[in-house]
Ligand binder design. Structure first.
Ligand code: SAM
Length: 257
């Protein structure tokens, strides 16, 4: 008796259209065959970030290989605009947690930014990309957040697309609460507000010279996340949740597609 497993979703690179055959590689085949114990004629969902979400039937599966046939479109592709999260790289496990949860929270782009106090030199982009794909498969997104290679803070700021606002998580200054900053962003545009950038510093925080330079920029909005000093990953996820709740796609009126 074939089964449909709607919670089993795989991201594939190939084009998705009716009757197209999709072959998936070892890791995904192992997941389907050994972890989810799926067999031929079982059905799962596929998406590629371009062609929507499709119901696909397994035509052959082993622990190292799997072929599927795309049968019908379940959801049409639509844009999933969200905040850009710029963050100073942090240690491996908290960074895994950060990128996974940011994906679930609807981030559009992840951008590692090297600041003076950043202690993590190397960023494993392949591992980061694998984490965001897995999180996107799990949470039902139709898009995969873009993961940028790391860049220095000054280059990041110089390339920031004004007038898109950049919410600077500024733990030291007495600045406005994030709810007020988000309300200010929301009043800037007649339609659904353009999701901002959210900038979070490293474990050691921003250097004062960095913070002063950021505060001087017209498109930067220094923001407080309350009286306590949050870990970088906590600050990033708290800011993302605030945006989605007050101005983002947790409000049905702001959902696209
Ligand atoms: N400089 C901090 C200290 O004095 O211990 C440590 C930095 S904190 C662990 C990492 C980052 O999270 C900060 O650079 C800031 O971007 C953000 N952050 C933490 N708490 C915050 C708060 N209450 N308000 C705004 N941003 C905060």
């Amino acid at each position: 008796m074939s089964k449909e497993r709607p919670n089993v979703r795989l991201f594939v690179e190939q084009v998705l259209e009716a009757e197209v055959e999709i072959a998936v590689g070892t890791a995904q085949a192992h997941y389907l065959a050994r972890v989810m114990r799926l067999q031929s004629d079982d059905r799962i969902r596929l998406f590629n970030g371009r062609d929507g979400e499709w119901l696909a039937r397994i035509t052959s599966v082993s622990r190292s290989w799997c072929e599927l046939l795309a049968e019908s479109m379940l959801r049409a592709q639509h844009a999933e605009p969200g905040p850009v999260l710029a963050f100073a790289p942090i240690k491996k496990d908290p960074m895994h947690y950060l990128v996974e949860k940011a994906t679930e929270l609807g981030v559009e782009r992840l951008l590692p930014v090297a600041t003076r106090n950043t202690v993590v030199e190397q960023v494993n982009l392949d591992r980061m990309r694998a984490h965001v794909v897995e999180a996107a498969e799990q949470c039902g997104r139709l898009t995969i957040p873009h993961v940028d290679p790391p860049k220095p803070l000054d280059a990041f700021v110089a390339e920031w697309p004004e007038p898109r606002p950049l919410l600077f998580m500024d733990e030291h200054a007495s600045v406005r609460p994030i709810a007020e900053a988000i309300a200010a962003c929301a009043t800037r545009s007649p339609g659904p507000p353009l999701p901002p950038g959210i900038l979070v510093g490293p474990e050691g925080g921003f250097a004062e010279v960095e913070a002063e330079a950021l505060r001087a920029l017209a498109f930067v909005m220094p923001v407080s996340l309350g009286p306590r000093i949050l870990r970088a990953e906590t600050a990033a996820l708290a800011a993302l949740a605030c945006w989605q709740a007050f101005a983002g796609d947790w409000r049905p009126s702001n959902r696209s597609g």
